[in-house]
Design a protein around this ligand. Structure first.
Ligand SMILES: Cc1ncc(COP(=O)(O)O)c(C=O)c1O
Length: 366
């Protein structure tokens, strides 16, 4: 028996998703007590108190399977967003929904358009289902070039991912540009707006795709509880999508894809919007301190609408390692001349700034 003949040969060029370094890994390796994990765009504090209380309540009932249809969470999302439950799918992280939407629409030979650099999962979804990835470079401001993305659409394009704000650059596109884009994109293309970081955005021109969702046209909006709601470890995300697509996703998902702890924690997290607002404001404030530090040190960066900052460096490997030696875990992108840094608590920011100052002094520049 040969694994080469048994396993699909088209999986061969695919790479396994590489998460950022874990804090515990770095602590063990370096012996440092204090390590700042700023590599995965997580929120730096734990879940909101209403979610923690709900998690404790559900624990004694974990002998039961979860609600396979996430009824209560979908009902609460409906009340919160005013979007009918028929249009709401819940996933084991929004990542699962990105994949399931791909699985629902992609046939071998189809094309998947997405901006690049952006979330690495988009080309992975294309590859999983035998589709051709079509990356479209970001513009000079490191933002989506929606006109170029439109120009990349062909008769074979089936799926187009938008990432707003974009991971890793933190840039957004505005309402006019999005409206022009949606008016021009042909309806044989499913547009998936991935808004994993939208709760952090304060810019009023932000094009929130949910405002354009009508349940008819082929537009889906993916969101997550992993970021501002601090539930990354539980894996729960949701998406608004037209009912026929939601039905297809329902057919493809596992019977109990979202565990009961995640469902209840997500549902109760929605109750604490004061805390969401506070987190958004604190995130904004911390970014201004990071920018001031970068300005002082002459580091070029992209102003971010999310909870991470993309900064340029000619020697990413050296800078990454030097930050690590100071206990700061950034995110690297191989040899790309940039790194991404998550925004932490005020205390994290002070430690991060001190680390950057030390690294700049040691290396001469960043
Ligand atoms: C742009 C983007 N979309 C989706 C996800 C996946 O989030 P989830 O934890 O909901 O699967 C991430 C996670 O980092 C992300 O950056």
């Amino acid at each position: 028996m040969s694994w080469d003949t048994l396993i699909r040969p088209d999986l061969e060029p695919m790479r396994v998703y590489q998460p950022g370094l874990r804090g515990s890994e770095v602590r063990e390796r370096s012996g440092m007590e204090r390590v700042l994990k700023l590599s995965s765009n997580e929120y730096p504090a734990g879940p909101v108190p209403t979610a923690l209380a709900a998690i404790r309540e559900v624990a004694p009932h974990l002998n039961r399977y979860p609600d396979g249809s996430c009824r209560e969470l979908r009902r609460r999302l409906k009340c919160h967003w005013g979007v009918d439950e028929r249009f709401i799918s819940v996933g084991n992280g929004s990542n699962e929904l990105l994949r399931l939407m791909g699985q629902a629409v992609l046939r071998s030979g189809d094309e998947v358009v997405y901006a690049w650099p952006s979330f690495v999962v988009y080309p992975m979804v294309a590859a999983m289902f035998g589709a051709t990835p079509v990356p479209v470079p970001l513009n000079a401001c490191q933002a989506h070039d929606l006109d170029a993305m439109l120009a990349a659409v062909t008769d074979r394009t089936r799926l187009l991912f938008l990432c707003n704000p974009n991971n890793p650059t933190g840039t957004i596109y505005g309402q006019k540009a999005f409206e022009r884009f949606m008016a021009a994109v042909p309806d044989h293309v499913l547009v998936v707006a991935d808004e994993a970081y939208f709760e952090f955005v304060t810019d009023e021109d932000y094009a929130n795709a949910a405002d354009y969702f009508d349940g008819e046209r082929p537009l889906a909006v993916a969101r997550t509880f992993s970021k501002i709601y601090s539930l990354a470890g539980l894996r729960v995300g949701y998406a608004f999508m037209p009912a026929p697509l939601a039905l297809a996703v329902d057919k493809l998902r596992e019977p109990f894809n979202v565990n009961s702890v995640a469902q209840i924690a997500a549902a109760y997290s929605l109750d604490d919007q004061d805390e969401v607002l506070r987190r958004r404001e604190e995130n904004q404030e911390q970014k201004t301190y990071l920018y001031a530090c970068f300005d002082r040190l002459g580091v070029r960066y992209v102003e971010s609408h999310a909870n991470f900052v993309y900064f340029m460096t000619e020697r990413p490997v050296e800078v990454f390692e030097a930050l690590l030696a100071e206990g700061v875990i950034a995110r690297d992108f191989g040899n790309a001349p940039a790194l991404r840094l998550g925004v932490g608590t005020p205390e994290d920011t002070a430690l991060t700034i001190a680390a950057f100052e030390k690294v700049a002094a040691r290396l001469g520049s960043i």
